[in-house]
Write a protein that binds this ligand. Structure first.
Ligand code: B3K
Ligand code: ZN
Length: 874
């Protein structure tokens, strides 16, 4: 496969002013007619040999005819090639008509037009539109779309972008609907849905008084699961008006839920399409985590209407322009709707666990990549989450008012345009007369910067000095990185736990702006030796090293007024304990009880003044995956042994405290998805998990009765999870079976049920996972099921996946090979755990590498999988 480079970008030769599409739907032979108003791009290089040929992307299409200005084109005027159609052009403006056929039923890639449970739907981002018809499928070609859908009467709901302008019946009794989208858009935002769907409806009145119709479509069996998404949507619409001054622009906004979907959701103009798992919820069937995920994804897709649709990307290297910014927007929205600290902790955990690993692995790339083979492989944590951190740092450096001036200018200046990350930064600068020259390096340099912090205190002068060095490690294709501009939000704590004043005005927090490879920051008038609270709120996506002693961390856990850092102190304490235990394990020594950590946890658990959701986070040990990311060389067995030992030690030492807290929080109140109730259940179920880790029967009985009560899915799934992990096997099997009997009709619950088994360190053995693949509810063509069973095992079941005989690796490579034939995007994601082989201790590394080589050697890989596997092996 060919590598595409950012430096080769050229503006399009032709523009499409209008796109008129007609679909005659049929599972095996959908007829697509497209009529395009084509015009030479005045901004294109005029060249010296007349009009250049017009390139139209097209993949897996059966071409039927090509006409220009109403005349059928002779075959010598165009050339069908791999990946598209090249057309000789005679006049700078013309109307092009193309007809082609596609087979949605055979499309298992879930890109382009496909069928999900008998309903037609589309996914066009990034390059799926070319699987529908021949088109300049690139985001800088923006067009007005008119779409007509014709389908049998068994598909009463026919949807596309924009406003419905016509509908009727054809002579042979089929239904016909025409939609028009008045906003010019790139083809990747096109959408079509056809099915026998029900909907719920609501309205939203915008700040300028326009009434918008809101509709959420789903199969009839799910119609009672729409309320939460609808409420979330209205909250998001209001929030975007209040915080960004952005109003919705069409008269109708539609959401459709589909079961087969590669990602979470898609922001198609006026017609968002969602993975069912990311939009449908009821208290009986969805966990609190699902409720919160839905709220944030509904908001994310809605926010794209401005950050993505009204202002879109010039090319796919700019993906973070819309994704990083929109993730930052949805994170702030969720923080405003729920606990800010808890949201931050969750996001940083993902970053540290998975984004840092990506940044340090073979697929490492900058927030704005400079090359790719397959763009689908670059919908990454780096582009999304690190990209959001980059926007957050601009927000921190400029301050909220200045940031808003910048975003206002950005939206105003570029409305209706396809632009670059550079344009975003320039708008931030221009609106504020700011200089972000050095800051731009965050977009072009890959790798996670490491900050080493030392301090000294001069008692005589009353001076405290922080010395910070920064270093960004080499990454594939990038060596010798330049210093970045890094905001380090800092406070200094006195012996009483209070923040010391840092200036005359009495400010107690400051953001140090690191710009050099090594820099000193001096604080004057400091009356006692302070303890620093560094990188508050995780003010930059870096690894910060400072030699905190255990007692200092316990002190921060008790006193730091920055809730994020309070949590982080606990994490550091746990990491220290876990690192020491790994050393003991590998030396064959007896493992020593981590007393400092237990004392720290005891004080948190007993602190009734803290938000229970924060307490739950503080009592959660870093995952095995996160521990692996911390290590220079990963010893899987040592990580598992250390982590289980610590968990059991905490459970045994604090059992009475966990029990008391569990009882206190176990209230029989009706379910609500309010933040306070979610917080209560979260801590309650954290206590339950520790209690069950003792494996004592009285503790397991608590889980049994919580499961039997079945008050809501959060409590049921937590109880079942604890029984599966810690209960006797026969018991686990029996509970799993009756749970399945109860819920087998509900796809989302079945996915949860699969996940509970595949991720269980004790129950989720390879053998059981293989059995799940044979289960009647499993479908290899459904990404949610694949993620639940295979993904759960390979990415969240460290213990069983890393069995020392390598059986887990071999299993994963078999599955990836099989999946690649059906759905390359999913195959390329699922292979991720194998790509990190170089970080593992020698014996594991060898086994993982040979699993990767097996994939490489099996020939005819998709471009998606080829890119990931070949980069990982090089
Ligand atoms: N923009 C879509 C991503 C689609 C990716 C397809 N490979 C979802 C989102 O970020 O909102
Ligand atoms: Zn997005």
């Amino acid at each position: 496969p060919r590598t595409i480079y950012l430096k080769d970008y050229k503006v399009p030769d032709y523009l499409i002013d209008h796109t008129e599409l007609t679909f005659d739907l049929d599972p095996q032979a959908t007829l697509v007619k497209s009529r395009l108003k084509v015009r030479r791009n005045p901004a294109a290089d005029p060249g010296d040999s007349g009009l250049p040929a017009l390139w139209l992307d097209g993949v897996d299409l059966e071409l039927l005819s090509v006409s220009i200005n109403g005349k059928l084109l002779p075959a010598q005027r165009y050339q069908e090639m791999t990946g598209g159609l090249l057309l000789a052009v005679e006049t700078p403006e013309f109307e092009l008509e193309v007809q082609n056929r596609i087979a949605p039923e055979s499309n298992t890639s879930l890109e382009g037009l496909y069928l999900s449970n008998g309903m037609y739907c589309t996914q066009c981002e990034a390059e799926g539109f070319r699987k529908i018809t021949f088109y300049p499928d690139r985001p800088d070609v923006m067009s007005i779309f008119t779409t007509t859908i014709v389908a049998p009467a068994s598909y009463p709901v026919l949807l596309s972008n924009g406003n419905k302008i016509d509908s009727g019946t054809t002579q042979d009794g089929r239904l016909r609907v025409t939609w028009e989208d008045p906003f010019a858009k790139p083809a990747y935002l096109f959408a079509l849905v056809a099915g026998d769907l029900q909907y719920v409806e609501d309205t939203f009145t915008t700040s300028s008084g326009r009434e918008v119709k809101l509709q959420l479509f789903t199969e009839a069996r799910n119609i009672r699961k729409c309320e939460h998404a609808m409420v979330s949507l209205k909250h998001a619409m209001r929030w975007d008006e209040e915080v960004y001054g952005r109003e919705y622009d069409l008269d109708i906004f539609m959401i459709v839920a589909v079961d087969h979907f590669n990602m979470g959701a898609m922001e198609n103009k006026g017609l968002n399409i969602f993975n069912s798992a990311c939009v449908l919820a009821s208290p009986e069937t969805a966990t609190d985590a699902a409720f919160q995920r839905i709220e944030s994804i509904v908001a994310h897709e809605y926010f794209h209407n401005w950050s993505g649709n009204r202002v879109t990307c010039r090319d796919w290297f700019q993906l973070s322009l819309k994704e990083g910014f929109t993730v930052f927007r949805d994170a702030e929205f969720s923080a405003d709707m729920n606990s800010r600290a808890v949201k931050r902790i969750e996001d940083v955990t993902v970053l540290r666990t998975a984004q840092f690993a990506e940044d340090g692995g073979p697929m490492s790339h900058p927030v704005r990549p400079d090359s790719y083979m397959e763009i689908s492989n670059f919908y990454t944590l780096t582009v999304y989450e690190k990209g959001a951190e980059v926007v957050r740092m601009i927000h921190t450096i400029l301050g909220p008012e200045a940031f808003r001036r910048g975003s206002d200018l950005y939206f105003e200046r570029h409305d209706g345009c396809a632009v670059t990350c550079e344009d975003f930064v320039v708008a931030m600068e221009d609106a504020n007369d700011a200089d972000l020259k050095q800051f731009r390096r965050w977009y072009s340099q890959a790798g996670t910067p490491v900050l080493d912090v030392e301090d000294r205190y001069d008692e005589d002068k009353g001076e405290y000095t922080l010395k910070i060095r920064q270093h960004t490690p080499d990454t594939p294709g990038q060596k010798d990185k330049l210093p970045l501009c890094i905001p380090v939000t800092t406070a200094l704590l006195g012996a009483d736990g209070k923040e010391l004043p840092l200036n005359q005005a009495g400010a107690t927090e400051t953001t140090l702006l690191l710009t050099e490879a090594c820099q000193e920051f001096v604080f004057g008038n400091i009356k006692e030796r302070p303890l620093p609270s560094l990188l508050r709120g995780f003010s930059a996506p870096v690894k910060l090293r400072y030699d905190y002693r255990d007692h200092q961390l316990q002190f921060l856990m008790r006193h730091d007024s920055d809730e994020f850092n309070r949590w982080d102190a606990g994490q550091r304490l746990a990491l220290n304990a876990l690192a020491a235990l790994q050393v003991q394990f590998r030396a064959g020594e007896a493992l020593r009880t981590p007393d400092a950590l237990i004392a720290g946890y005891a004080s948190v658990l007993g602190n009734g003044a803290l938000d229970p959701a924060l307490v739950a986070k503080m009592l959660a040990l870093p995952s095995a995956q996160e521990l692996a990311e911390q290590e220079g060389e990963i010893h899987a067995a040592a990580i598992i042994a250390a982590r289980e030992f610590v968990r059991n030690a905490i459970a045994d030492a604090l059992k009475p405290e966990f029990l008391a807290r569990y009882r206190q929080l176990d209230q029989r109140t009706p379910y609500s998805a309010e933040a306070a109730d979610i917080a209560r259940r979260s801590l309650k179920n954290t206590c339950l998990a520790y209690l069950c880790a003792t494996m004592d029967d009285d503790a397991l009985d608590l889980a049994r009765s919580q499961l039997a009560r079945g008050e809501n899915m959060t409590d049921s799934a937590s109880a079942l999870g604890a029984l599966v992990e810690f209960g006797p096997v026969e018991d686990a099997e029996q509970h799993l079976e009756s749970f399945y009997q109860q819920w087998q009709q509900d796809t989302q619950v079945v996915e949860t049920w699969f996940g509970l088994q595949s991720t269980s360190a004790s129950y989720g053995t390879l053998e059981r996972v293989q059995q799940l693949l044979g289960h009647s509810a499993f479908e290899l063509t459904n990404p949610n099921k694949v993620r639940a069973v295979i993904g759960g095992f390979a990415m969240r079941n460290f213990k069983q996946f890393h069995k020392e005989d390598g059986s887990g690796y071999e299993f994963l490579s078999d599955q990836v090979i099989a999946l690649d034939k059906l759905n390359p995007q999913i195959a390329a994601r699922l292979v991720t755990p194998l790509t990190r082989w170089k970080k593992y201790a020698a014996s594991d590394a060898g086994l993982i590498k040979s699993a990767l080589q097996r994939i490489a050697e099996c020939g005819s890989l998709s471009r998606d999988l080829f890119e990931v596997v070949s980069k990982s092996l090089s």
